[in-house]
Write a protein that binds this ligand. Structure first.
Ligand SMILES: Nc1ncnc2c1ncn2[C@@H]1O[C@H](COP(=O)(O)OP(=O)(O)OP(=O)(O)O)[C@@H](O)[C@H]1O
Length: 262
């Protein structure tokens, strides 16, 4: 069953050329996709459209069979800039999404029934679990400024995952991080895909990252995007794709597809 179904999408910013024209794409539940392409080709715009933060000029986007009219509370977003509140502890920051979700919409009307008051899982337990999985146990009472950049980004990821999203949309989530931390987080996110059926869509500039995270790699172009270029990448299912003998070859395929698309 499809998680995201884009049908005949047209989108461009006012007074600028179209970025997408009659563009269709189907993403199955549980798949991990990467969107890669040169700067300015519309990767972040496509992610915002799938998040319901922007509306198509023409065409439609369905998520879980429902036409997207607004951001859905079941979708999780992670951006490059972690967006933590500097004056709140890590524990308060990580629980922020949950607290906001209860008031989703101006009147709370759009909070899905399974999350309305009284139906929440025991929060403290779930939060401790994510803090532990993301290597933040013991940091709960620290403020963001007391953590490293990688730890702050992990806290942002914990905040999103604690909300149990069914669709995870990430815009260059690791690009501000140094290579060892970046690699650690890439492996962590790839590992999550193996243990949980979350549909993941990650925007990146980085070819090796695309090969590690994307079972399907969408290559976008600076020309108007019409028929999508999609590379299938079974290596992303591997536990250590970087060590796989086909890794460099797959990187080369992505590089070549990017070259052909410019
Ligand atoms: N709010 C906006 N208003 C007008 N133009 C915009 C707006 N946001 C983005 N654009 C333009 O739309 C194009 C696509 O932008 P977008 O950020 O989606 O590209 P991108 O592929 O994600 O780029 P990058 O890799 O540099 O982040 C760019 O030319 C950008 O300048």
């Amino acid at each position: 069953m499809s998680m995201v179904h884009i049908r005949h999408l047209s989108f461009g910013y006012p007074g600028k050329p179209l970025l997408f024209d009659n563009f269709s794409l189907e993403i199955e539940k549980g798949e991990s996709w990467v969107i890669i392409g040169p700067s300015g080709c519309g990767k972040s715009t496509l992610l915002s459209l799938m998040a319901g933060l922007k509306r198509p000029r023409q065409g439609s986007i369905e998520v879980e069979g429902k036409q997207l009219q607004r951001p859905r509370p079941e979708s999780g977003l992670v951006f490059q800039d972690h967006g933590l509140l500097p004056w709140a502890t890590i524990r308060a920051n990580v629980s922020l999404g949950l607290r906001i979700r209860r008031f989703y919409g101006s009147d709370g009307r759009h909070t899905p029934a399974k999350w309305q008051n009284g139906n929440e899982k025991p929060q403290a337990e779930t939060m401790d679990l994510w803090l532990q999985r993301l290597g933040l146990a013991g940091k709960e009472h620290c403020y963001p400024a007391q953590l490293s950049r990688g730890q702050r980004q992990r806290a942002a990821i914990a905040r999103t995952l604690l909300m149990e999203p069914d669709l995870l949309l990430m815009d260059e989530p690791f690009s501000a991080l140094d290579p060892p931390i970046r690699e650690e987080l890439q492996e962590l996110m790839a590992g999550l895909g193996r243990t949980q059926a979350i549909t993941r869509i990650t925007v990146t500039h980085d070819i090796p990252e695309a090969v590690i995270l994307g079972e399907k790699i969408l290559v976008t172009t600076l020309k108007v995007n019409r028929a999508p270029t999609i590379l299938a990448n079974p290596l992303a299912k591997d536990e250590k794709p970087r060590n796989h003998y086909g890794f460099n070859k797959m990187c080369q395929r992505v590089r070549q597809a990017m070259g052909e698309s410019t």
